[in-house]
Design a protein around this ligand. Structure first.
Ligand SMILES: Cc1cc2nc3c(=O)[nH]c(=O)nc-3n(C[C@H](O)[C@H](O)[C@H](O)COP(=O)(O)OP(=O)(O)OC[C@H]3O[C@@H](n4cnc5c(N)ncnc54)[C@H](O)[C@@H]3O)c2cc1C
Length: 500
């Protein structure tokens, strides 16, 4: 493959004056270089020859040759559309899977194939069905949650769940590897490599994606490049692809988590139970958690507004849960940013962002796995449809279709959770009111249905009215509306345009 690629590139360099003929919207690529996208630079003896050949050709000639390979939006291709997906978490793996299924040549680049993403690993029931997650990926089924208020009032949530309903707990290294392998089995090419940068050969040209390949082991990696028609940035909260397209920044929370192996009798308590702690001590704007994992618990917390205080909040979360976790051994300590809202720009040219790279974690619950997988699938579906199963060149408009559909489907979910966070996580009296409210079976059913099935469930008007009065009552009893009432604002700081 390497030798072939180099030959193609050499032919390209030697014959820069050959053009891609375009007539009546049909792009003929037979004379273009690298029709199947793989070019290896500087990584072998052949690669060195290539560098020498390059030196004999002027830069102007090379640029001219690249220009003639621009392919207009919608033009018919005489090879498959080629898409690079950067990042092999849930968003990237699900993008690559859907692309491969849809007849597109997909290249998935993941820097660490055994990556254990810092994460609680909780997934909603609908993800298990929608993404065909096999039973063995789910380590535990959580059917009970304890909400614990600042004054340590405990409310059990989960009474409304049926026997078949649960929150799935999984290990990210297991889930991600499974999803990537599935994409590979369907035809995606998976590279173990660190994406470095990319450049585009003119406004309608192809993208050259540069990465350090770890295919042959070693820590440093060998520089390698591929040429593709489109790029999906699925490389998480610190996305390099987002930087490449000037996608802009987002506010982020810092989440801190310790994995603690606790004695068996204590682990039995958390068999199917997750805990959520709220209070100024554990976080000024989020919650602390104890989640049951495969053979240990994850204890963590997060904050946006006082990132410097994260260790103090973590200590408070551990103190609050101490009786139930003491005697445990910390086996891992991890911290990672969580995006607070979508980036100002999520698509440019033939590049789009999905998952955390785009900024799709919900407020209030901090949930992102399902939205990552879903956004990856939706972006890929838009590419498959726009390219007519990989037979035509896609456009930015095709990628905007994905954005519009995603926003339309989930805007309300994000908004409701944003408002809930602003109202209920703002002071201890508000948090007391929040926990009190969770006693209501109606609230529990609404909350679980919304979480498990990812729909903001329309309620019964009478129950809704009762809930509104009860909520107000809880807030007033807790004096929650007084402190900082003027600071409540409904809506994100940087509102995104949402499709009708
Ligand atoms: C502490 C914590 C707890 C959380 N708990 C939950 C939870 O319980 N449930 C939930 O739904 N969500 C949770 N989240 C959020 C969730 O982890 C993310 O929303 C989710 O992982 C997003 O998936 P993704 O595929 O978009 O990105 P990621 O999972 O971050 O995957 C990105 C991938 O890209 C790779 N990558 C990055 N840069 C490069 C590069 N330059 N080249 C090649 N590869 C690259 C990474 O190695 C990684 O595999 C939690 C987050 C944190 C921080």
């Amino acid at each position: 493959m390497v030798a072939n690629s180099v030959n193609m590139q050499t032919a390209f360099v030697a014959a820069p004056s050959k053009t891609c003929s375009q007539s009546r919207g049909i792009a003929r690529l037979s004379q273009c270089p690298a029709p199947s996208a793989r070019v290896v630079f500087n990584s072998s003896i052949s690669g060195q020859k290539l560098v020498q050949n390059n030196r004999q050709t002027s830069r102007a000639e090379r640029v001219a040759a690249l220009r003639v390979c621009a392919i207009k939006d919608g033009a018919v291709l005489d090879r498959k559309l080629r898409v690079a997906v950067i990042g092999g978490g849930p968003s990237g793996a699900c993008t690559a899977e859907t692309l491969a299924k849809g007849g597109i040549e997909a290249f998935l680049i993941e820097r660490k194939l055994d990556n254990c993403k810092p994460c609680g690993g909780a997934i909603p029931l609908c993800m298990v069905d929608e993404f065909d997650i096999p039973a063995e990926i789910i380590d535990r089924k959580v059917t009970k949650m304890k909400m614990i208020s600042p004054s340590n009032r405990e409310v059990d949530v989960g009474k409304t769940l049926s026997e078949t309903e649960y929150i799935g707990m999984c290990r990210r290294e297991v889930l991600d590897a499974y999803l990537r392998d599935r994409a590979k089995s369907l035809g995606a090419t998976v590279y173990n490599g660190l994406f470095m940068r990319m450049e585009r050969d003119g406004p309608e040209g192809e993208y050259t994606v540069h990465f350090n390949s770890y295919e042959e082991g070693g820590k440093v990696g060998k520089p390698q490049s591929i040429k593709v028609d489109a790029v999906i940035g699925a490389d998480g909260a610190n996305s390099r692809v987002a930087k490449e397209i000037d996608a802009g920044e987002y506010d982020y929370a810092i989440a801190f988590q310790e994995r603690i192996r606790i004695p068996d009798d204590k682990m039995a308590y958390y068999k199917d139970l997750a805990e959520m702690y709220v209070g100024d001590d554990v976080s000024p704007d989020f919650y602390g958690w104890v989640f049951p994992k495969y053979d240990h618990v994850a204890v963590g917390t997060g904050t946006v507004i006082n990132k410097g205080g994260i260790k103090q909040y973590q200590q408070a979360t551990r103190d609050r849960s101490k009786v139930k976790t003491e005697g445990g051994k910390i086996i891992r300590v991890e911290a990672h940013p969580i995006p607070e809202h979508p980036r100002p720009r999520r698509a440019q040219g033939r590049v789009a962002l999905v998952g955390d790279a785009a900024g799709y974690v919900t407020k209030c619950s901090g949930e992102g796995i399902y939205f990552a997988a879903k956004s990856g699938r939706m972006a890929a579906e838009a590419i498959v449809a726009g390219s007519q199963n990989g037979t035509r060149m896609i456009s930015e408009q095709d990628l905007n279709v994905y954005l519009s559909k995603f926003d339309k489907k989930y805007w309300l979910t994000y908004k409701v959770l944003d408002i809930l966070q602003k109202v209920f996580y703002r002071s201890n009296p508000a948090r007391e009111a929040f926990v009190e409210m969770c006693e209501s079976e109606y609230v529990q059913r609404m909350t679980f249905d919304s979480y498990l099935y990812k729909t903001v469930v329309p309620g019964n008007p009478l129950d809704d009215a009762k809930l509104a009065f009860d909520t107000l009552g809880s807030l007033l009893r807790g004096n929650a509306l007084r402190q900082g009432a003027k600071s409540v604002s409904f809506g994100s700081k940087q509102p995104e345009k949402v499709a009708a």
